[in-house]
Design a protein around this ligand. Structure first.
Ligand code: ZN
Length: 277
């Protein structure tokens, strides 16, 4: 059976505001969308909720809670802001909230201490998320972003923290961030066996890559074995959607209808996917 396809609003960040994005996904036959808190706030949480209800769309992923790491002086404010994001996600009925650890606090060089602080902050936020009935998702980011945007770069680290935390914490596998990992297959299998794979983000790694954040490729244009990773998640028991998340100046500059159609075509070719659920 073809997988459900979900679009992440980041794929249309500069080409569609929240309402246009939601309408485009509904018109393409999708059942759910993945959203960003800043885009939701731009239209207002009540308006966003009503719009999604009108269009019959659910919220899959909610981006994001964090950054969590901050100087001692800013830690309380950072945690409060993350809690508000969880509240907003719960109000939208999101399936899961992506955790964004953030990089090393200014002036710090101790990655081990930052990893420990990230784990503590995630566990504290998890108490709040459990009370709200929302799952948190760890998303390891590519090591080129270590220290700058996250301290958590591998599925092994995410699996270990999930095992320590227990219920309510899972992980999202983003092909862009983990395709290089020698332990990829084993860690996907471990995550699946524990029932903690909450999502699969797809895109591609272009060769060469010209920007760390905004030069992700359309599926099929790069060198990631997307079908192989998809098959590994399915074999591990993940039955959820394939989520298209492409941060790309190139694709943001294209007509959104063209990007939507091309992304769906690529998903069909690679994953055997249809348009909707
Ligand atoms: Zn992602």
């Amino acid at each position: 059976m073809p997988p459900e396809i979900v679009m992440n609003h980041a794929t249309f960040r500069k080409s569609l505001a929240f309402e246009g994005f939601a309408r485009a996904c509904a018109e393409a036959g999708m059942a759910r969308v993945s959203v960003w808190g800043d885009e939701v706030r731009a239209v207002g949480a009540g308006r966003a909720r009503a719009l999604l209800a009108d269009l019959g769309l659910g919220v899959f992923g909610f981006n994001r809670a964090g950054p969590l790491l901050a100087d001692a002086a800013g830690r309380g404010a950072a945690f409060d802001a993350a809690r508000r994001e969880v509240d907003l996600a719960a109000g939208l009925g999101a399936d899961h909230v992506l955790v964004f650890p953030g990089g090393l606090p200014t002036g710090r060089r101790d990655m081990a201490a930052a990893r420990d602080a990230t784990a503590d902050a995630v566990l504290a936020l998890l108490d709040h998320a459990r009370a709200c009935g929302v799952r948190l998702a760890l998303e390891p980011l590519h090591p080129m972003l270590a220290g700058d945007r996250t301290t958590l770069c591998t599925l092994a680290e995410a699996n270990a923290l999930c095992a320590r935390a227990g219920s309510g914490l899972g992980l999202v596998i983003d092909t862009y961030h983990v395709w290089w990992d020698p332990e990829l297959g084993a860690q996907i299998a471990a995550a699946g066996a524990a029932g903690r794979i909450l999502g699969l983000h797809v895109n591609d790694w272009l060769r060469p890559t010209t920007h760390m954040l905004t030069d992700r490729g359309m599926m099929g244009d790069g060198i990631i074995d997307l079908r192989g990773i998809f098959d590994a998640t399915r074999a591990a028991g993940y039955g959820g959607p394939v989520e298209v998340e492409i941060f790309s100046e190139r694709w943001w500059a294209e007509p959104p209808a063209r990007v939507m159609a091309l992304a769906l075509d690529r998903c069909t070719a690679i994953f055997g996917a249809g348009g909707g659920a």
